[in-house]
Every structure is written in C-alpha cells, then in structure tokens.
Design a protein around this ligand. Structure first.
Ligand SMILES: Nc1ncnc2c1ncn2[C@@H]1O[C@H](COP(=O)(O)OP(=O)(O)OP(=O)(O)O)[C@@H](O)[C@H]1O
Length: 270
C-alpha cells in the first residue's frame, strides 16, 4: 500500500508561544518562553507573584507587544496585534479584578462584550438606522442566550454592583464569551472567593470547556483547584518556564515544589 497517498489530518495546537520575551525598562517579565496549548484543553498558568503570568495574557490579547518571539493562534503567526483584532480573531479575555460597569444591568454588561464585534458605524447608531436596530436586537438575543447558559436569566435587569461577588464573576465570564471566542483567557477567575463560590466558578469553566469546546488559558493560585480543573499546567518563575506538563507530573516535580508549591504540597497530594 502506498501510504503517501493517504491524506493526513493536520492537527495543529490552538496556541503556540514561541521564544517570547518581554521586558519593562530593562526588567525582564518574560524570558524566552515557549509552550503550546492544545485545542479544547484547559491550560493553567501558575507561579509566584511577579512570575510573568499576567504579562503573558496581555501579550496574548494584544495589550503588550513582546520584544521578541511570536504567537501562533490557530496556525496564524503574529507578534503585534491590537486587542480589537484579538477579539475578532476569537480570543476572549476575563480580568483579574472585575472590570464590569457596576452601575449597569447584567444584560447591558454582557451586551458590552459584543461592542468589539459591531459592524455598524457611529452615524448609523446615532440615527438609529435599520442596520443598527437589527444589530442591537441580535446582540440582545445573543446576550440573553449566554445569560441562560450561566443560569443568570433572573438577574438580567439587576444592577451588577448590587450582586454578590461570585455572581459578578459569572457575569464577567459571560461577557468574555458572548462574542463566541475559541480561546478564553482568564486572569485569576477565582480570586477573592469563598470555597463555595470557587467550586461554582470552577464548574462553569469546566462546562464552557466541555460544552462549548473552548480552549482556556487561566491563571490561578489555588493549586488544589488547578490540579482538578486543568488538563495541562505551565509553571513560570521569574519569567521563565520552570515546568510544563500534566497536572500530576507538575505536582510531583521537585523544582516546582521547591519554587512554588512549598508547604501546600501535602494538601495537593491528599
Ligand atoms: N506595566 C508594567 N510596567 C512595569 N513593570 C511591569 C508591568 N507589568 C508587569 N511588570 C513587571 O513584570 C513582572 C511580571 O509581572 P506580572 O504581573 O506579569 O506577574 P504575575 O505572575 O502575573 O504576578 P501576580 O501573580 O502577582 O499577578 C514583574 O516584575 C512586574 O513588576
């Protein structure tokens, strides 16, 4: 049999970080970092404070431009990309501290997540042209569908700032995915939560990954949750990659234990 005639399926990773470096006025935030994220995996970035985790997310959604190296997203190479372009290419982002409009309703906050996808001009919007009205209707419907997915229907008209923190975090993640990204970046989505809220948000993240087939890169300090939630863990330390692999191999890696897990290890191994 002539195997060369058999078509091969090219299965590319969702995301490749290739030799990326970034510094701020001489301070190295990221040094020659290389790793890849497979499609539909949850990849957790862990590491001590100042390790470069948030800086990397900021590169991935176009806020920072690396000094060198490149990013390959779904086979397309780039080094410089505006946040608007990142959103249009299918990269969604949630932030470390809620970046919601606290005086606006839940529904309007989620609709705001679609503004970068708008096709209407300011003029069309100002004069309420039919195209603008149609888009507004479509955005509203899409936002309502997403609220339903998050079981937030009953809060649609509620002012976001009046809701408990755990619910606000759900709204923020809803806003990050309303534009149907294929890669979702989450910066400490469980920060500041009690353990019940953490479990609820971790369950939401697992569902988004499974049901919407979303590739997710998240930063998280709660190692217990990371080991349960992530398929792949990348450990950063002083901007360098210290380890990269399956959660269980990371948990047992002596360098990681020394640099980061420390006394948490017993709890992690339990
Ligand atoms: N905008 C900036 N200007 C100057 N230095 C910065 C900037 N952003 C990050 N840094 C520096 O880059 C390094 C990496 O910071 P970064 O916030 O990426 O780390 P991190 O791993 O996300 O930390 P944390 O867990 O505390 O959020 C640190 O030394 C930090 O002080």
């Amino acid at each position: 049999m002539n195997t060369s005639a058999v078509p091969t399926l090219e299965i590319r990773p969702a995301l490749e970080i290739r030799n990326v470096s970034l510094s701020f006025k001489g301070v190295k935030a990221i040094s020659d970092l290389t790793f890849q994220v497979e499609r539909q995996e949850i990849c957790a970035l862990i590491g001590p404070n100042g390790a470069g985790k948030s800086s990397l997310l900021n590169i991935l959604n176009g806020v920072y431009v690396p000094d060198s190296g490149e990013i390959v997203f779904e086979g397309e190479h780039f080094r410089r990309m505006q946040p608007l372009e990142a959103a249009r290419r299918g990269i969604g982002r949630g932030f470390q501290n809620n970046a919601l409009f606290s005086g606006m309703s839940v529904l309007d906050n989620v609709i705001a997540g679609l503004s970068r996808h708008s096709r209407v001009t300011l003029l069309e919007e100002a004069f309420r042209f039919p195209r603008a009205l149609k888009e507004e209707r479509q955005f509203r419907e899409r936002a309502r569908d997403v609220l339903h997915l998050f079981d937030l229907d009953k809060h649609a008209g509620t002012i976001v700032g009046t809701l408990p923190y755990g619910v606000q975090k759900k709204v923020e993640i809803a806003r990050a995915i309303v534009g149907t990204p294929r890669l979702l970046l989450l910066d400490e989505p469980l920060a500041g939560m009690n353990s019940e809220e953490k479990q609820a948000i971790a369950a939401v993240i697992a569902r988004l990954n499974k049901e919407l087939k979303l590739t997710i890169v998240l930063i998280e300090h709660d190692i217990g949750i990371v080991l349960k939630l992530a398929h792949h863990v990348v450990v950063l330390d002083y901007g360098r990659k210290l380890a990269d692999g399956l959660p269980e191999t990371i948990r047992d890696n002596p360098d990681v234990i020394a640099a980061y897990l420390g006394s948490d290890r017993k709890e992690v191994a339990a």
